[in-house]
Design a protein around this ligand. Structure first.
Ligand code: ATP
Ligand code: MG
Length: 561
């Protein structure tokens, strides 16, 4: 039994392989992805999803989807739906194993009763402030609550009263009776139930008491007989509590294993902060293409394969670290290079007139769709006397090493002919308005017998056939690689004012009018683009996914980013 890849095993695989070898026949890898439905999933969750589903697939096991929905105030079915959509889109399937911690509320209640009956839980009337005060600080033992030694009978009666709605919100809590002097603060009699007369998005107003996350998460794993509870490092300190509860309740011993959170430069992965970006209107929504949410990445044009591959490349770490955004971009470029159709789009057009090409004559030239994919076929491109080329591809007085167009220079037009420039026109400010050329009729791509040389190849679009569109170019949402790591500054201070630029005068080849749904393209020499969900044939919209090359090394040298 081993992994498909040729890399060495990471520490979680090592643990699993050891268990499979020693625990005997019936041992199963059973993982779960346990989101709280209080926000949209982000790139860090994508990592956790790939890990949980990936490792179960690898060892013939199963993965549950479980919503840890213990907080009725912050949760919503909109989030539940978005989470399911995102996991499916990433390419994973939980089959019929869709569970909710809220489905276990009765079982969890019975667990609490069991703790009380064993003398391991008590109802505390102290206020939240008093409880915090008595908990103290890790370096000194805390103080025991005056309610800690209530009798089992009294605790049972009060806890039942809490469930029956006899007490005000916040007036009482149920606490586990563990150790007020433990150096681990989670072991200092943690609160496990609170009164909150709020309706829940699934259980309605059935409950007015809710288990705390720490009294639901681990137990839900046990109820589902999850063998490996994979979670992020911040839960390391909670593990002794979860293990204590497993022993006290005599329930299935799920094993928690912690791994480092994924952090990506220029991205934030705190749901609370992402919610602020949305609620305060700094972005257009959860699926704004600048957001590090899965919905945002999808709209930006990232593919499921690229995110899965990224997750693989990042690996599993035991210590927190920061992954460069350029790695994520590398992964999407690699995937799109294989699947994206090549098309020609001139973003900043300048007019070219081919003087020796007849007026009102047009010809269709074949153009392959993707040199990386022999099955991608080809399309026809209309060519005629008047064309657009990119403004940056012409210089009135070019240096020697400039292989694009200038007076007395030749270039090849992609899929078409070699042209020669002999003149250009400018407006009063000296801005070039038109470039005059001639073409070599026997230099057609694929059947060139002209013997004429041209060093550069340019993309172009026939003027009368050009289609317009709104093209959105994105930069990072923040100007700082770690916007949340500055203690004295709010992360919003690092919002990038130039994170979106709209290009509205681009000229697109006419085949793009047939774009349907979400389609990826490589705009030749420009980058990878994707059609936006709001795009229609009447009003096309494309988002830039990523440039063709890694631009980060250059930016870093400039010391700007
Ligand atoms: P919250 O503050 O709301 O708890 P959260 O990021 O922990 O936020 P959950 O919905 O609880 O969100 O996360 C579901 C799962 O995803 C958890 O197992 C969590 O450990 C994992 N996860 C969350 N963020 C990351 C991240 N940046 N990298 C890897 N895994 C993550
Ligand atoms: Mg969480």
């Amino acid at each position: 039994m081993s992994t498909e890849t040729d890399r060495s095993l990471h520490f979680i695989e090592e643990i699993i392989e050891h268990d499979l070898a020693t625990k005997g026949e019936g041992w199963k890898v059973h993982t779960r992805f346990p989101p709280e439905p209080n926000g949209y999933l982000h790139i860090g969750h994508a990592k956790a999803i790939c890990l949980n589903f990936g490792i179960a697939n690898q060892y013939g096991g199963l993965t549950n989807l479980r919503f840890d929905d213990t907080n009725p105030v912050t949760e919503d079915t909109e989030y539940v739906e978005s989470i399911k959509r995102d996991i499916r889109w990433l390419g994973f399937d939980w089959e019929d194993r869709e569970y909710y911690a809220s489905d276990y509320f009765e079982t969890l209640y019975q667990y609490a009763i069991k703790l009380i009956k064993k003398g391991l839980a008590y109802v505390d009337d102290s206020t939240p402030d008093e409880i915090a005060e008595m908990k103290g600080v890790p370096t000194l033992p805390g103080k025991e609550s005056p309610y800690r030694d209530r009798s089992i009978e009294e605790n049972l009666e009060l806890f039942e009263g809490m469930r029956a709605g006899k007490f005000e919100d916040g007036s009482k809590v149920l606490r586990a009776k563990i150790d007020m002097s433990s150096p681990n603060m989670h072991m200092r009699d943690p609160v496990i139930y609170r009164i909150k007369s709020e309706p829940h998005h699934r259980t309605g107003d059935k409950w007015v008491i809710y288990p705390m996350y720490d009294f639901a998460h681990g137990q839900s794993d046990s109820i589902e007989e999850i063998t490996y509870s994979l979670c992020t490092l911040e839960f390391e300190n909670h593990r002794p509590l979860y293990d204590w509860l497993i022993e006290a309740l005599e329930i299935f011993p799920s094993r928690q294993i912690e791994f480092a959170r994924l952090n990506v430069s220029y991205m934030i992965t705190s749901k609370r902060k992402l919610l602020r970006l949305v609620e305060e209107g700094h972005v257009a929504g959860w699926d704004d293409p600048r957001m590090p949410t899965i919905a945002g990445l999808r709209r930006r044009g990232f593919t499921p394969a690229s995110l899965r591959n990224f997750s693989d490349k990042v690996g599993i770490a035991k210590r927190d670290n920061l992954i460069e955004l350029s790695l994520l971009e590398f992964c999407v470029r690699e995937d799109l290079n294989k699947i994206a159709s090549r098309v020609m789009v001139v973003l900043d057009p300048i007019k070219v007139v081919i003087e020796n090409y007849p007026e009102l004559k047009y010809e269709d030239l074949p153009a392959e769709n993707n040199p990386e994919d022999p099955d991608a076929g080809s399309r026809m491109l209309p060519f005629g006397r008047e064309l657009y080329i990119e403004r940056a591809d012409f210089m009135a007085d070019p240096p020697k090493k400039y292989f694009r167009l200038g007076p007395d220079r030749n270039v090849r037009l992609k899929h078409a002919y070699i042209i020669h420039c002999h003149d250009f026109m400018t407006d009063e400010e000296g801005k070039v308005t038109e470039v005059r050329c001639t073409y070599f009729p026997d230099s057609k791509s694929g059947e060139d017998t002209s013997g004429v040389k041209a060093k550069g190849t340019l993309h172009w679009v026939s003027i009368p056939h050009a289609v317009s569109a709104e093209i959105r170019h994105y930069d990072t949402l923040f100007t700082e690689p770690e916007p949340t790591s500055h203690e004295d500054k709010d992360f919003l201070e690092f919002l990038n004012p130039d994170s979106m630029e709209i290009v509205s005068n681009a000229a697109l080849e006419p085949s793009l009018l047939d774009t349907e749904g979400i389609q990826h393209f490589q705009f030749l020499r420009q980058g990878y683009y994707v059609s936006d969900p709001d795009s229609t044939p009447q009003s096309l919209i494309f988002n830039r996914v990523v440039g063709l090359r890694d631009s980060w090394s250059k930016k870093m040298q400039k010391g700007k980013k």
